[in-house]
Ligand binder design. Structure first.
Ligand code: SOE
Length: 395
């Protein structure tokens, strides 16, 4: 039987560094493993350097290139604009794309400020195009299972959330500057880059929102070498001897209250030596607990407090079965998924929503809500009047 071809979805992607590479593989792969109601067409990628963007297009599978994102947004063959640039350009590109009637997928955090995020929500509200923010880790099957268990009441009332996003890629002071360490470009440091993910995850899994925070931010290494060139996450070496300032936080630690009455703690740092991409979420409820760590991403730990004490304990659920979200489309049971699969799932959910003319989640409004949390953390950390120093010991 020959299946009728699905209608085309023309995709234009702005930016082609790490996130652009991840999104490209997702656009390419999604229709090969999932039955999509629209067929993504990797139409055009935009970047400022003509040679570099052409090379990226050839490598990543995009047909055409533009050196100005405005030209990409103006094209009739683009139905969706995928924003994979640093945060300082998100609002401009999203507003232009929505005004041109395009759908938008925007990398996280939604923007660099609450004002920009508010403008993006306002633009999305009146638009014909649909808009989504890329909090990708929601689409890890074990995270989906955690959400389902909470929804089903299997851990009862949420009392505690312990959320951490731990990396160590700038723990060495010799690691050079890059845009993620520049407030103008990134908005904030570990807070927005990785803290935003765990704020979203905590809210997604519990179905609750943060209602207030008390925070500390720290920049441990305030001056770093200027990089010669960039690859991956950071600059690669520095020969000039020149240095420049780090203008963002290296680490964020904060407490929060949850809308359901529970208490939460958050930690986001790029200085957790030995922790590479440890996204840890533990939720303790009145009837049980859940624990997840992205460094063991195919596993969810579940404690059911209704079990008799003599046999109760955390169960290690290996989330690799066809019954688990997204998993059936991939490999035979038990084979497991990786970092890139969540990006593919993001495309699958987005395309399904677009075809049904349904609001995809997380929406720009969800992104704004996280932005408000980030802003509250920065304001709290700046307010030293709430800090209680210990008295000097008596001489
Ligand atoms: C760098 O800290 C980074 O690439 C983040 O920007 C991503 O959002 C996260 O998925 C992995 O780490």
């Amino acid at each position: 039987m020959t299946l009728a071809p699905q209608p085309r979805l023309g995709v234009g992607m702005v930016g082609y560094a790490f996130m652009g590479v991840a999104h490209s593989q997702a656009w390419r792969t999604a229709p090969r493993f999932f039955d999509l109601p629209l067929t993504p067409d990797l139409t055009v990628v935009a970047g400022r350097n003509a040679d570099a963007v052409r090379a990226a297009a050839d490598r990543l599978g995009w047909r055409d290139v533009e050196t100005d994102w405005k030209a990409l947004v103006a094209r009739d063959d683009v139905d969706l604009v995928d924003i994979c640039t640093p945060g300082d350009t998100h609002a401009d590109i999203a507003l232009a794309a929505l005004a041109a009637g395009k759908h938008v997928l925007c990398e996280k955090p939604l923007a660099n400020t609450v004002a920009e995020a508010e403008a993006m929500v306002a633009a999305a509200t009146g638009a014909t195009g649909l808009a989504m923010v890329g909090f990708t880790y929601r689409r890890v099957p074990a995270v989906q299972l955690a959400r389902t268990l909470v929804e089903q009441g299997r851990i009862g009332t949420v009392r505690h959330v312990r959320a951490q996003y731990l990396q160590d890629w700038i723990a060495d002071p010799a690691v050079p500057l890059s845009w993620r360490l520049d407030k103008q470009k990134a908005g904030s440091g570990a807070l927005g880059d990785i803290g935003a993910h765990v704020v979203d995850l905590a809210q997604f899994v519990t179905g609750e929102t943060l209602t207030g925070v008390s925070a500390m931010l720290e920049t441990f290494v305030r001056e770093r070498p200027v990089a010669d060139q960039f690859s991956g996450l950071s600059g690669t070496g520095s020969t000039s001897g020149a240095t420049g300032p780090v203008t963002v936080d290296d680490a964020a630690v904060f407490l929060a209250r949850l809308s359901g009455g529970g208490l939460a703690t958050f930690e986001a740092t790029r200085f957790a030596s030995g922790r590479k991409n440890a996204i840890r979420l533990e939720v303790n409820g009145s009837a049980g607990s859940l624990a997840f760590d992205f460094e063991d991403m195919n596993v969810l730990h579940y404690f059911d407090a209704s079990q008799p004490a003599w046999e109760a304990g955390f169960r290690r659920i290996v989330v690799t079965e066809p019954e688990h979200a997204y998993v059936g489309a991939w490999w035979p049971p038990g084979h497991g998924l990786g970092y890139e699969h969540a990006f593919t799932h993001q495309v699958v959910d987005l395309v399904d929503a677009l075809a049904a003319n349904r609001q995809p989640t997380p929406s720009f409004a969800d992104g704004l809500q996280v932005q408000r949390v980030l802003d509250a953390v920065e304001r709290s950390a700046a307010d030293e009047s709430r800090w209680t120093p210990l008295n000097e010991p008596a001489e």
